[in-house]
Design a protein around this ligand. Structure first.
Ligand code: SF4
Ligand code: SF4
Length: 434
């Protein structure tokens, strides 16, 4: 099978401190769960329970308020014992309900009833997805019901793209999920196609995972839906919307197809959609890559939403030595964890703790003009120049226009020998001007 890769830039991102991609380990149930009211892009969900109330597993405890906001559910049964608030490293206020484990589980360990979705209308599926608070779990947490509504007004054809692209080793958890919950990922993609009235599902798989692509080739779609399996590059940032769309348009042209608008979702989100629509279940747990040089035994774990990050590290044997940096996401674009009591949320695909030697010590230096940042920028920008202007008081319009093309992949930053924070500064300057 031909591999479709974006034409320029990018990096082969490898990291020996990620967990092995063999199988997942189920984390202990947390005695206390901390369930934040913001696990999505928009406004905080409005709590519908208070301190002292008993909540059941999977019960609605926070109601989403408008676009960008999603419903929040209890991941385990128990008593609400507190409401806490804190400031994240990005200076954003968050609040959470603290639930002490108590009572019996209604879903865990029980035989699951499954519902037929084939007879549901797209509106009915969208309503279930909104009720269950399903968000994009591999990125910022856009509610999937918002994405589906946006696609309603887009002319057909539409293709759902299952983005099984592992260009970042910290996506180990997503890979293990694909292997362990293959049918849920596949059916989640077909449910999304029904909900968006798409006529095609494209399984986009990175070339390094040919065996996974082979499994997608055996899938039988329901009536009215076509299926394609496409091998794409493994270079980071292949899974970015821009780079993925670029290669899918190459495939479309080569195969003389018409893919139309692309509704792109990752495997964790697709499995969650399956659970919501077929099993009537909100997101109760997620697959998380736990690793980094400071962690004794890196592993892929299935962790209940609301489990405190400190407990997750403890289950991996704790730290070898004091970490220099703890964050969620990938080290390339991670979000700093200020306190180990912060919880795993719907979007925490990885959590890592790095020793000083992995963070890379030493002060930032001046640019030495090596040109590495230009070589790896997939958009063809000049990060050195954009960075210089972003730091100055006035930026010419032409330069500003170029900066707005930056999608913040941070390839430039990863290769800069002077350790300049190129990507973050350029992206911030572009956002400031919007
Ligand atoms: S962060 Fe922006 S400037 Fe840097 S490589 Fe990515 S797209 Fe190019
Ligand atoms: S990679 Fe860093 S040091 Fe090299 S040209 Fe770009 S900004 Fe300068």
């Amino acid at each position: 099978m031909k591999v479709y890769s974006f034409p320029r830039g990018g990096i082969l991102y490898e990291d020996s401190t990620v967990p092995p991609r063999t199988s997942s380990v189920t984390a202990f149930l947390p005695g206390l769960s901390v369930i934040p009211l913001v696990q999505h892009t928009g406004a905080r969900a409005l709590p519908v329970v208070g301190v002292g109330d008993y909540v059941r597993e999977g019960m609605l405890i926070g109601r989403g308020q408008g676009p960008g906001s999603a419903n929040i559910h209890a991941a385990a049964p128990g008593r609400v014992i507190n409401m806490v608030s804190w400031k994240t490293a990005a200076d954003i206020n968050n609040e959470a309900l603290v639930i002490r484990l108590e009572g019996r589980f209604e879903k865990l360990g029980k035989k699951e009833d499954s519902f037929r979705w084939e007879g549901l209308s797209s509106f009915e599926i969208e309503r279930i997805i909104a009720d269950m608070g399903i968000v994009e779990m591999e990125s910022g947490g856009t509610p999937v019901s918002d994405i589906l509504s946006a696609f309603r007004s887009i002319p057909r054809p539409v293709s759902v793209v299952a983005r099984c692209v592992f260009d970042d080793p910290w996506l180990a958890a997503d890979y293990v999920l694909c292997r362990e919950r293959f049918q849920a990922v596949v059916e989640g993609a077909f449910i999304t196609a029904r909900a968006s009235r798409a006529n095609r599902v494209v399984f986009a798989v990175s070339g390094r995972e040919r065996e996974l692509a082979g499994d997608f080739l055996t899938v039988h779609p329901p009536g009215g839906i076509e299926v394609s399996t496409v091998l794409v590059g493994s270079r980071y940032p292949q899974r970015n919307r821009r780079e993925l769309e670029l290669v899918l348009r190459m495939y479309e042209k080569k195969e003389e197809l018409s893919l139309g608008a692309l509704l792109i979702l990752g495997p964790a989100t697709l499995a969650a959609l399956h659970d919501a629509v077929k099993l009537n279940k909100p997101i109760l747990y997620r697959y998380v890559s736990v690793g980094g040089s400071a962690v004794k035994t890196p592993q892929v774990m299935k962790v209940r939403i609301g489990t405190r990050i400190g407990e997750v590290f403890a289950e991996c044997g704790g730290f070898i030595d004091k970490p220099k940096r703890i964050a969620t996401g990938s080290p390339l674009l991670g979000w700093t964890v200020v306190d180990l009591d912060e919880p795993i949320i719907k979007t925490s695909f990885a959590v890592f703790a790095l020793l000083e030697k992995q963070v890379g010590g030493g002060p930032r230096r001046s640019c030495i003009g090596c040109g590495e940042c230009r070589r790896v920028c997939p958009v063809g920008l000049d990060p050195e120049e954009l960075y210089k202007w972003a730091k100055s008081a006035e930026t010419p319009d032409a330069v500003q226009g170029r900066a707005s093309e930056c999608h913040g992949c941070c390839c430039c930053e990863a290769v800069c020998p002077s350790r300049l924070p190129l990507g973050k500064v350029i992206l911030d300057s572009a956002l400031r001007e919007k």
